[in-house]
Ligand binder design. Structure first.
Ligand SMILES: NC(=O)c1ccc[n+]([C@@H]2O[C@H](COP(=O)([O-])OP(=O)(O)OC[C@H]3O[C@@H](n4cnc5c(N)ncnc54)[C@H](O)[C@@H]3O)[C@@H](O)[C@H]2O)c1
Length: 256
């Protein structure tokens, strides 16, 4: 255990089988939270559970859980509430995005799947968690926008992803506005390139990593922990007056 910063908190983190979701779930548990993870990929979710068990962390998981299915999302909330008596935090890290330039971007296979995989999963999670937060007297939502919601990049074929993440950015402000009277906070994090299961194949393309590094003020790629440290602050009581905000955790990528 690193600290007791999140002691007493119950956190749902989605997409715990990989990358940022995994990093946040483990980090929260290392700071004293009890965490319920989930993933559509059962093996990946189980591998994260195994890691948590090795560290004797309070992490559990619902899997396979498809967050584009309203019934699966309801099940995740119910399991968590039954197990822990409620929850304080929802981190919507799971997402699917297709990375293609416009000429290769297929309407059904890429565009529609990306909007569902990036927007529906956030909407459904927030909607299902909302009544639980109201009963609890408040809650903290962390959504993931992206550097791609703020700036264009010549090497990243990210048109559908830009649309999805621009949507998450705007949705989060409105969630914060609607949540304020109920003490429900909502913020987004906009990461630049973080090394995860989603980005490793892109990073292996010739010249890609160099082009990404060129845009960074700090000349290294991000790691899930770079994001998880900030998410730990956002879901803690230290951030009780922080809502409706977007935080660019991006090595300076969007600050030029
Ligand atoms: N990695 C980056 O560089 C980067 C940059 C900006 C924003 N983001 C955002 O951060 C979040 C995490 O990204 P990541 O790179 O860690 O992704 P990742 O692909 O490494 O991990 C996402 C996890 O979510 C799961 N998942 C996907 N769709 C799901 C669904 N419908 N139901 C349940 N589980 C599902 C996947 O199986 C996977 O384990 C995403 O919202 C992503 O868009 C990432």
């Amino acid at each position: 255990m690193l600290s007791k910063r999140l002691q007493g908190k119950v956190a749902i983190v989605t997409g715990t089988g990989s990358g940022i979701g995994q990093g946040c779930a483990l980090m929260f548990a290392r700071h004293g939270a009890r965490v319920m993870g989930c993933d559509i990929n059962a093996d990946a979710a189980q591998a994260t559970l195994d890691q948590a068990r090795r560290e004797e962390l309070a992490l559990d998981s619902v899997y396979p859980c498809d967050l584009t299915s309203p019934a699966d999302v309801e099940r995740l909330m119910l399991c968590t509430a039954e197990r822990y008596g409620g929850f304080d935090v929802l981190v919507n890290a799971a997402a699917f995005g297709a990375f293609q330039f416009i000429e290769q971007l297929d309407y059904e296979r890429d565009w529609k799947r990306t909007l569902s995989g990036e927007l529906d999963v956030v909407f459904l999670g927030c909607k299902a968690a909302w009544p639980y937060f109201k009963r609890r007297g408040g809650g903290s939502i962390v959504n993931f926008a992206s550097a791609n919601a703020h700036v264009a990049h010549p090497v990243a074929g990210a048109l559908a992803h830009c649309a999805g993440k621009g949507g998450v950015l705007a949705m989060t402000r409105q969630l914060a506005c609607e949540g304020g009277p109920h003490n429900i906070r909502a913020n987004s994090i906009s990461p630049a390139m973080i090394v995860t299961g989603a980005t490793r194949p892109e990073l292996e393309k010739p010249g890609y990593t160099e082009a990404i590094l060129d845009k960074l003020m700090i000349k290294r790629l991000g790691q899930p922990e770079d994001i998880a440290w900030f998410a730990t602050y956002l879901v803690s009581d230290e951030a009780s007056w922080v809502t409706g905000a977007d935080f660019r955790i991006d090595g300076g990528a969007t600050a030029w």
